[in-house]
Design a protein around this ligand. Structure first.
Ligand SMILES: [Zn+2]
Ligand SMILES: [Zn+2]
Length: 194
């Protein structure tokens, strides 16, 4: 079952290493997302219903799994590096999804609400606990097609890259001129072998 925000804050602080405005924002975002989808026990009974896409790797990112239970290692948290404070919550059972974007003016709202608090993080933490869901987030209902190879629990053969010989799971291989290549050998390598 969902807990009060204050209880999630304790868990988020433990997981993230400190409590910050980004944590509050991430918790609020996840709570709003599951509320819109009508998912009452995301980390428990409903844990197989939810997949979350997150579009930034920042403080708020760490807070989202605290509420949703969606973790990278469980394949229920998907990172798309778009540099936006946004996340999409997908209800696999009902086949619907909602994308939430943190509003640009939330920081300004925090300044207006608590001008007497000089510390920006303190100011924003307090405001982000109190602003309404719609003051904090823009809501967009979207369609997300989650392929079977992207679902938690997918079982399939791994294949071997014709270039480097490394194993590739979850159909991440790319066919180039009839050869099965890993994404690194196909040109997406982010590292240079020394
Ligand atoms: Zn932080
Ligand atoms: Zn390769």
């Amino acid at each position: 079952m969902l807990k009060p925000l204050s209880e999630y804050e304790i868990l988020a602080e433990q997981a993230h290493g400190h409590l910050c405005a980004g944590q509050i924002l991430g918790l609020r975002m996840a709570l709003f997302g599951v509320k819109l989808l009508g998912i009452e026990d995301p980390a428990g009974a409903d844990r197989k219903r939810l997949v979350t896409y997150i579009e930034i790797d920042r403080c708020a990112t760490d807070a989202i799994p605290i509420v949703t239970g969606c973790r990278l290692g469980k394949r229920a948290l998907k990172f798309r590096d778009f540099g936006k404070v946004a996340a999409t919550f997908c209800d696999l059972r009902e086949g619907r999804a909602v994308r939430l974007l943190a509003r640009d003016d939330a920081k300004r709202r925090a300044r207006e609400l608590y001008p007497q608090i000089a510390n920006k993080n303190e100011q924003q933490m307090k405001a982000y606990r109190e602003l309404t869901d719609t003051e904090l987030f823009d809501t967009q209902w979207v369609r997300v097609t989650v392929g079977p190879e992207d679902l938690p629990g997918y079982k399939g053969p791994s294949v071997r890259c014709a270039e480097c010989g490394e194993g590739i799971n979850f159909k991440r291989e790319i066919l180039v001129d009839g050869r099965v290549l890993c994404r690194a050998c196909a040109g997406e390598r982010y590292y240079q072998p020394l």
